[in-house]
Write a protein that binds this ligand. Sequence first.
Ligand code: IDP
Ligand code: MG
Length: 142
Amino acid sequence: MAIERTLVIVKPDAVAKGVAGRIISRFEEAGLKILAAKMVHLTKARAAGFYAVHKDRPFYESLCTFMTQGPCVPMVLEGEDAIGRVREIMGATDPAKAAPGTIRREYASSIEANAVHGSDSPESAAFEIPYLFSTPEIFPRS
Ligand code: IDP
Ligand code: MG
């Protein structure tokens, strides 16, 4: 068990539906601390770089288009085992397979428009956090 930081994005579908606040509340209610948050409309190039790990997957182009269809809300969350706990609270990638009570089960529209992103490992978090936030945008809290 360790204190971790993870990169979460409330994706454009969830912002457009007006459920960003409810999604953010799930993380706060779980005791995770918001160290950084903003609204951004990603460019295609910025989305492509963020998801570069998926560049050979068949859904890559469509995913990058989806992530640029409107503004999203990236955040840095911190807490005990934050990376794994966020993934549990989010639920499976495909909302049809996501457990009851998870964010994706409740708010995702499809396997692509699935409401939320969360880093999948410490290595991913170490890439994704500085990809979207500069150091002065992150507010350490005790
Ligand atoms: P994750 O977000 O649960 O970690 P990944 O496999 O890393 O899932 O995929 C990244 C994102 O790509 C997903 O959250 C979803 O938006 C999209 N995606 C994943 N698999 C598919 C698919 O089969 N079709 C369309 N989009 C997909
Ligand atoms: Mg992933």
